[in-house]
Design a protein around this ligand. Structure first.
Ligand code: SF4
Ligand code: SF4
Length: 124
C-alpha cells in the first residue's frame, strides 16, 4: 500500500520556534536575506527569545503582523523546498527546534508527535 505523506500541524503551548538566539539558529539565519536578517536580529531579546514572545502564555503577541519568515511555509520557500516536500520539511523543522529548546524527552515533543499521529489518522 502506498504511504500517504504526513500532514504537519503546529501545536499550542509550544513556541519553540520563537527562540531566536542566533548561535542556535545559524541555519535559519543563513537562509534570510540582509533585510530579513536585520529584522530577525532586532527581535532577539536578552534571554535569546523573541521580544514579541509571551513566555507566560507561550504565544506570539504580534501574530497577525509577524514577519514572513516566522511562518513555516515561508521558511520552506526560503530554503527552496518543493511544494510537495513542505509538510515533511515543516515536521523536521519543528522536531529539531522542539528537541533543541525543550529536549528529546520533553512533553512538548511528545505532544507534537501525538498531534501528528492524530492528524494523520484523521487526514491520511
Ligand atoms: S516549533 Fe513547530 S509546533 Fe512549536 S510553535 Fe513552532 S511551529 Fe508550532
Ligand atoms: S514574531 Fe511572533 S512568531 Fe515570530 S518569533 Fe517572534 S513571537 Fe515567534
Amino acid at each position: 500500500m502506498k504511504r500517504q505523506p504526513l500532514h504537519w500541524q503546529c501545536i499550542s503551548q509550544c513556541g519553540a520556534c520563537c527562540r531566536l538566539a542566533p548561535d542556535e539558529r545559524e541555519e535559519a539565519l543563513a537562509a534570510l536575506d540582509e533585510k530579513q536578517r536585520e529584522i530577525y536580529l532586532k527581535m532577539v531579546g536578552p534571554d535569546g527569545w523573541c521580544r514579541h514572545y509571551d513566555s507566560g502564555g507561550r504565544r506570539c503577541r504580534i501574530y497577525q503582523e509577524r514577519p514572513d519568515f516566522c511562518s513555516v511555509a515561508s521558511l520552506a520557500s526560503l530554503f527552496g523546498v518543493e511544494e510537495n516536500d513542505c509538510e515533511a520539511f515543516a515536521i523536521q523543522c519543528c522536531r529539531q527546534q522542539i528537541r533543541s529548546v525543550y529536549g528529546g524527552r520533553s512533553l512538548e515533543l511528545r505532544k507534537f508527535e501525538r498531534s501528528l499521529r492524530v492528524n494523520n489518522q484523521t487526514n491520511g
